[in-house]
Design a protein around this ligand. Structure first.
Ligand code: AMP
Ligand code: MG
Length: 271
């Protein structure tokens, strides 16, 4: 079942994602909401058990990259999928506009420092991909520099995987209509107002250009070693289910093991 979910949403290397042909409200993989939510709860609990083994093993890491336009649900996905995971085993990094110090370095400098250590699950709320998304749409660097970044990202991610980090990349795909609802909710609901940023409306006006930048990123950077998944995200429960299933399956495939001690319990006496 989880394998079907991963295969359904994975972008094959060298293939176009065709975002316009993907329905952000697609729930065909999850026919029953109640069953799906129960499965997500089981997946979250299992992710915690697998993370415990990953931490004990201390040999490998998992990096989960979340990208999506404003209100796509990056924070909500982290909260839902990893709510059972021990905070001891998770390293979260959110990437906003780069600081002066960060801008004085190459775009991957701040990213590399935030990558998960062995034994940890790293969660990226936005990532180096902003440098080919907002960077491209708003021309924050010369065109030739931005073009070169796709290959640099692929090489960087390859290096990470060769050093023990498994990488999963999720694009949370919402419709323009759904974004309207969610932005309006941020204006209307007192508890959500803090999340509203007038700049989000400027980005909304550039919807088509962001979509094109996402398409290009998916085309150029879904690789055998670090695949992109496009997750239909108009329905939060279906979005959470898809991400939880793929994270769980990936950890199961990694199959981390508790280290075997070089002593027997009988060697010691607890006084
Ligand atoms: P939020 O995720 O809502 O806190 O917003 C973070 C903001 O930082 C978004 O508007 C991003 O587009 C922006 N941002 C993140 N990374 C970069 C980057 N590398 N260059 C420019 N802006 C960025
Ligand atoms: Mg925002």
């Amino acid at each position: 079942m989880a394998r079907d979910i991963a295969a359904r949403f994975r972008i094959a290397p060298g293939k176009r994602a065709h975002l316009g042909r993907r329905d952000p409200a697609d729930i065909a993989a999850f026919p029953d909401r109640g069953d799906t939510e129960a499965q997500t709860a089981r997946d979250s609990a299992e992710i915690d058990r697998l993370q415990d083994r990953l931490y004990a093993e201390r040999r490998r890491a998992l990096l989960v990259v979340l990208q999506g336009i404003d209100t796509a649900g990056k924070d909500g996905t982290i909260r839902s999928v990893f709510k059972e995971t021990s905070p001891l085993g998770v390293q979260v990094a959110a990437f906003g506009r780069p600081s002066d110090e960060e801008l004085a370095h190459d775009f991957l400098w701040r990213i590399h420092r935030a990558c998960p250590a062995r034994g940890f699950i790293g969660l990226f709320n936005r990532s180096h991909y902003e440098d080919v998304l907002v960077g491209r749409v708003r021309t924050l660097a010369p065109k030739t520099e931005i073009e070169a970044r796709y290959g640099q990202i692929n090489a960087f991610e390859k290096m990470l995987t060769e050093n023990g980090t498994t990488i999963l990349k999720f694009m949370l795909h919402i419709s323009k209509a759904e974004q309207r609802e969610r932005l309006q909710a941020r204006l209307d609901e007192p508890k959500s107002r803090w999340k509203f940023n007038p700049g989000d409306l400027e980005d909304r006006k550039l919807w088509d250009r962001y979509s094109a930048a996402y398409e290009l990123m998916l085309y150029k950077c879904s690789t055998a070693w670090a695949p992109w998944y496009v997750i239909p995200a108009d329905r939060k429960w279906a979005r959470n289910a898809a991400v939880a299933a793929i994270v769980r399956e990936t950890l199961e495939d990694m199959n981390p093991q508790y280290p075997k001690p070089n002593w027997k319990a009988g060697d010691f006496k607890v006084g």
